[in-house]
Design a protein around this ligand. Structure first.
Ligand SMILES: Nc1ncnc2c1ncn2[C@@H]1O[C@H](COP(=O)(O)OP(=O)(O)OP(=O)(O)O)[C@@H](O)[C@H]1O
Ligand SMILES: [Mg+2]
Length: 884
């Protein structure tokens, strides 16, 4: 989408008009909007919200809770039951209850779902409120900070380096404003923006709209002001889902693959149930209804809710540990992440960088180098960063305060070409008297490549052809010690403006060396990550030697190092292999960071990225879990899924553990439910073929399913075994089929046993004759009720108890304790269900009180079932080395 067609008409219109027209049309005074105007504008043009959030109203949640396949089928059944039982029969009172009961189930499931959703939303909202993304806006004659969602069309906004553009904005004043529109157009180029009116005749690409900044762009350098012209959905960014959906996709892919496994099973078995029932019972309509209920019974319809609750619980736990999880799906990413990429400064090294040496080209201390570096740092308008902060600290050196103040007075700024990660240096043009000086500071190799002269003790001479080796003789030792080194160069100029061509033929003046010591806590954290089987890779833009030195001191394997240049030289075949074996990547551009992440993802890894610079932004967006820190620029924080309030790798360990816990509980639900459902349907298929009546009524089936699912809702609060969290977990349906096939049929064996016992021994005993001998009598109806109740109980007992057995690899209750809620709810569930069969409500749905003898049988059967399951579990764990 490279053309400007998705730009709003209003925005296009004013690109060709002067700002005075704009002020006039929108009635904007120099005081900005007042409250009345803001309200009016919001009424007329809408709020600055993207659909994702706008759709999250209570009403939408209510709809989602009540309108889904499960409730629709329940509703359908209620109507049918109403028609057949109430309208078509005379016995009004009794049959009305079946329909009501189904409606009751529908309400219950909807309400439970709604409450769960609201809880998850509260967690998400609370976490989001910890992070404020604010905009500087002119309202009522004052510049104030407001949340970007409160912005309206016509607002006057001020932008600074590091900001994320909050809407589509027509610029009114700019000062060296540079932005990256990569979110919009995918190009990583950095564009300068201005205010001049565009001539009519359509520009072709987003980049050509020089007087507009688009929502989602990042301000790289400089500052500017402008008028908001489009908000929310009207913006280009709002028009397409953009890069942000990338991660949700990976999550959905996993969920879809799980859903597919289940659908495949259903697609095969449901028709079989339908045909078998139709043929044996001769009533195709009831066969259809029955098959439909079986289908509903098989869908783990609480899946989205359980998943949400697990993730929300995980993110709430992280919130307590100074970590804000903005997107709860990232919890799942934490759980399955097996590679964590980090940048270097502030992550592996301390938060503060110190300027240690300022020296001339031979390594002697030089005040002139510091003065020039100071001017460069003082006047740059790029994103605040560690290096410039460290340089500016020299003002506080004893007895130097006045020196630097005077320096700033003597030299005033004329122009700037801001820092970018392709050039890797900053150029500032200053003026002192009649002399204009271009001062350049940046990466040694890049700056030296543009130097033609060197200056030593005030004397200038040509740089020799092997100038580089001289440079390296001086700085190499410092690099090897892990110091960050920058070069400072300058050149006299006679013009007042800078262009890219001016950054040539410079005079190399000297170097700045920064002390950037490894963090003590980092070593610990890296060890912990190793124990968790999460590989760590360092992706830095800094020099190779510095990176290696720091990694060596932190115990990160730095045998295999790859620089950006070497990376580009790799062929497509070599790339995937080298990404696996290399742990330290240096001298990278932002784009190369992305390439590395993409290649790792294509290799099948789930990749996290932790970084804080503008150069990390594209990588953060691309990774499965984008992590940033509170001190990072807004644009970076905005794109991250997770923001650490404290930049400490140790927090990540906890994140990973919480993620894996959430994950483990989700997969418990999915696997156990899917496998017991699978077992149930197998039993139903077999029973449908051999039994002269339906093995269970639709309502019984649905009730069983609904109550079982409700029990599962406590699973997010279950304990997780330590060893289940020791490795990254894969979120996919790949091994689900295997799990279902191994455990499902075992419950069928016991179901069969129960069928045979009920049909041939128990029911004839209770009802006084075999099914066929009772034909046409009331006793036959009782025969069926006893049978239904018998199976209802067996099915429910086994399904609930299996939860305890399969939730852990160990021996349940003794070696691995479930959490109290799980214990209480499962016990209560079994009790209530069993009691239900003795109550009038039970009778309404065709259940009946059974003699105590049956419970004797039940206890023995369930015990044998659990025993066999334990053996199969042992075998399964031994064979596949995993359970859930
Ligand atoms: N403010 C600055 N002024 C001049 N040059 C800079 C500045 N910031 C960075 N550079 C140059 O750009 C190169 C890459 O930047 P930097 O080291 O910050 O990358 P990075 O990937 O963020 O590294 P890290 O992993 O240490 O955070 C540096 O080696 C340095 O030479
Ligand atoms: Mg950085």
């Amino acid at each position: 989408m490279k053309d400007g067609s998705s730009i709003h008409q209003r925005v296009l219109h004013y690109t060709h008009k002067g700002t005075d027209v704009l002020y006039c049309d929108f009635h904007i005074s120099s005081d900005g909007y007042d409250n009345v105007q803001v309200e009016e504008s919001r009424q007329q043009y809408g709020s600055n919200l993207l659909t994702g959030r706008a759709k999250d109203t209570v009403l939408h949640r209510l709809c989602r809770a009540f309108i889904n396949p499960f409730t629709i089928i329940l509703f359908f059944l209620a109507i049918i039951s109403f028609v057949t039982d109430v309208l078509l029969t005379s016995n009004l009172g009794r049959d009305m209850t079946t329909a009501l009961l189904i409606l009751g189930m529908l309400l219950l499931s909807g309400i439970v779902r709604f409450i769960q959703e609201m809880r998850s939303k509260r967690v998400a909202d609370h976490l989001a409120s910890l992070l404020h993304s604010s905009v500087t806006v002119r309202r009522d004659g004052r510049w104030t900070q407001i949340s970007s969602s409160e912005l309206v069309v016509g607002d006057t906004v001020r932008l600074c380096a590091g900001d994320r553009v909050p809407a589509d904005i027509r610029l009114t004043t700019t000062s060296d404003l540079f932005v990256s529109q990569s979110v919009i157009s995918g190009e990583s180029a950095i564009l300068e923006k201005g205010t001049e009116i565009l001539s009519v005749g359509k520009p072709q690409s987003y980049g050509e709209y020089r007087n507009i900044v688009f929502m989602g762009s990042a301000v790289i350098g400089g500052s500017g002001e402008g008028i908001v012209l489009a908000v929310g959905q009207d913006t280009v960014y709002g028009g397409f889902s953009g890069a942000e959906s990338n991660r949700t996709n990976r999550f959905d892919q996993g969920a879809n693959s799980i859903a597919w496994v289940l659908i495949r099973f259903m697609a095969v078995l449901i028709p079989v149930v339908f045909i078998a029932c139709g043929l044996t019972k001769g009533n195709w309509f009831s066969a259809f209804l029955f098959a439909l209920s079986v289908a509903v019974g098989l869908t783990p319809e609480m899946l989205p809710m359980v998943v949400n609750a697990c993730l929300a619980k995980g993110s709430a736990a992280m919130g307590k540990k100074q970590t804000v999880v903005k997107n709860i799906n990232a919890m799942q990413g934490f759980g399955s992440m097996d590679i964590l990429c980090v940048d270097k400064t502030g992550t592996l090294t301390g938060d503060e960088i110190l300027l240690e040496y300022y020296m001339d080209i031979l390594g002697n201390e030089s005040g002139r180098v510091l003065d020039f570096a100071y001017l460069n740092s003082l006047y740059h308008t790029g994103v605040a960063n560690h290096l410039d902060t460290a340089i500016l600290k020299c003002q506080t050196m004893p007895k130097q305060e006045s020196h630097f103040t005077q320096l700033a007075v003597r030299y005033s700024k004329l122009d700037e070409l801001p820092f970018d990660y392709e050039r890797k240096f900053v150029s500032i043009l200053v003026k002192s008297g009649h002399e204009n000086l271009l001062i350049v500071k940046g990466n040694i190799d890049e700056v030296c490549a543009r130097c033609r002269y060197i200056e030593y003790k005030g004397k200038r001479s040509r740089m020799e052809t092997d100038g580089f080796s001289n440079v390296h003789a001086v700085v190499d030792e410092m690099l090897e010690d892990g110091m960050k080194v920058l070069a400072v160069a300058y050149k006299p100029m006679d013009r007042d403006r800078l262009s890219a061509q001016d950054e040539q033929d410079l005079i190399l003046l000297g170097y700045l060396a920064f002390f950037d010591a490894p963090k003590k806590t980092a070593m610990d954290a890296i060890q912990k990550l190793k124990h968790l089987h999460v590989g760590i890779k360092v992706l830095t833009g800094d020099q190779r030697d510095v990176a290696v030195s720091i990694c060596r001191r932190l115990g990160i394997d730095s045998e295999q190092v790859l620089t950006g240049r070497e990376l580009d030289a790799l062929t497509d075949n070599e790339l995937p292999m080298r990404m696996e074996t290399t742990t330290v990547f240096a001298e990278l551009s932002p784009k190369q960071k992305v390439t590395i992440i993409q290649t790792l993802q294509a290799n099948g890894h789930t990749v996290g990225f932790l970084g804080d610079g503008m150069n990390d932004l594209p990588a953060i967006v691309e990774s499965d879990v984008g992590i940033s820190v509170d001190t990072a620029a807004d644009a970076v924080k905005e794109s991250a899924d997770v923001v650490l309030l404290k930049k400490d790798l140790n927090v990540l360990e906890e994140g990973i553990l919480e993620g894996r816990k959430a994950f483990s509980n989700m997969s418990k639900y999915i696997r156990i439910t899917a496998s017991s459902n699978f077992g149930n349907i197998l039993s139903i298929v077999i029973a449908s073929v051999f039994l002269p009546f339906f093995p269970m009524t639709s309502v019984q089936l649905l009730l069983l399913n609904l109550l079982y699912d409700t029990l599962c809702l406590v699973l997010p609060w279950d304990n997780v075994d330590e060893d289940a969290c020791s490795r990254p977990l894969e979120w996919s349906g790949r091994t689900l089929g295997r799990f279902m096939q191994s455990f499902g049929p075992i419950s069928s064996i016991f179901d069969m046993l129960t069928f045979v016992f009920l049909f041939f021994i128990f029911c004839p005993l209770v009802c006084g004759g075999s099914y066929s001998s009772l034909a046409g009598t009331d006793a036959q109806a009782r025969f069926i009720a006893v049978f239904h109740t018998g199976w209802f109980l067996e099915s429910m007992w086994t399904q609930v108890l299996i939860l305890h057995l399969l939730r852990t690899k160990k021996i349940p209750l003794f070696q691995s304790r479930p959490s109290v809620p799980v214990l209480v709810v499962t016990t209560l569930g079994i009790l209530c269900f069993t009691v239900l069969t003795f109550t009038p409500i039970g009778q309404l749905i065709g259940l009946t009180a059974l003699p105590a003898v049956y419970f004797g049988f039940l206890i023995i059967a369930v015990f044998l079932y659990l025993l066999l399951m334990t053996l199969v579990k042992r075998w399964y764990v031994k064979k596949y080395h995993e359970l859930l």
